[in-house]
Design a protein around this ligand. Structure first.
Ligand code: B16
Ligand code: MG
Length: 219
């Protein structure tokens, strides 16, 4: 039986993935770089600076931006993101998530967050979910972001569990890669085109059913 569920935040617990996209799209258009949802799949789960660098690569003329200029663009993106998330409240918890968290609690399964976001605690607070979490891994706690496994390994270590006893849930290609590299059972939420490496794939969070996840984990 698994001992812990480790949840990604953006795109799994709440749809902040959309707000990240809108904020990046605004910054990118100011930089004269058009980005679309297809490109955005690569940014999901990837930290703020790494995301900016991936966007800048699309325009070779901008490869010479100084560190300071990059910091400025990254802060601008975050300011816009924070404006967009201002309206978030518990009604923004994605379908099926409260049921899954409750099932974890009922079965005494530990709950952790594995997010690349510096805003993770802020968002969890706005959703009213902080009390569910035994441990929170955010951007401050890791050196190497997803797809490196560090985010998920730090969570398992903090809970004093072996990775094979943990289940990770992710909506991003980089995140599923990170869970797999940590030797955890990976649950992907979304499209098979981006998440074909997941051990178990569901199309959206409403399909995250505790018993079904356990059954697949035990197979
Ligand atoms: P911030 P997750 C990730 O969160 C997002 O998926 C990604 O789009 C974002 O760039 C990253 O957090 C950093 O977020 O700018 O708030 O520090 O999916 O790992 O929960
Ligand atoms: Mg995500």
């Amino acid at each position: 039986f698994p001992q812990a569920f480790i949840y990604d935040l953006d795109g799994v617990i709440t749809d902040t993935a959309e707000f990240h996209f809108l904020a990046w799209q605004k910054i990118a258009s100011e930089l004269d770089i058009p980005i679309d949802r297809h490109f955005n799949e690569q940014l999901k789960g990837v930290g703020r600076m790494d995301s900016l660098n991936m966007i800048l690569k699309l325009n070779p003329a901008l490869s010479e931006l100084s560190e300071k200029e990059k910091q400025n663009w990254a802060s601008k993106k975050n300011e816009h993101y924070l404006e967009l998330v201002e309206t978030i409240d518990p009604s923004h918890i994605l379908p099926g998530i409260l049921e899954l968290l409750s099932a974890n609690k009922e079965k005494n399964i530990k709950i952790a967050l594995g997010s690349a976001s510096k805003n993770a605690r802020h968002i969890l607070g706005k959703l009213g979910l902080t009390a569910y979490f035994d441990y929170i891994v955010d951007a401050e706690k890791v050196k190497k972001g997803k797809p490196d496994p560090e985010t998920f390994i730090v969570a398992a270590d903090a809970l004093r569990l072996s990775c094979s006893d943990c289940i990770g849930i992710e909506d991003s290609t980089a995140g599923v890669e990170a869970i797999n590299a940590a030797n955890m059972f990976s649950v992907g939420v979304g499209d098979a085109a981006h998440l074909s490496e997941a051990d178990y794939l569901v199309s959206d969070t409403s399909k995250l059913v505790f018993e079904e996840i356990i059954e697949r984990y035990q197979q």
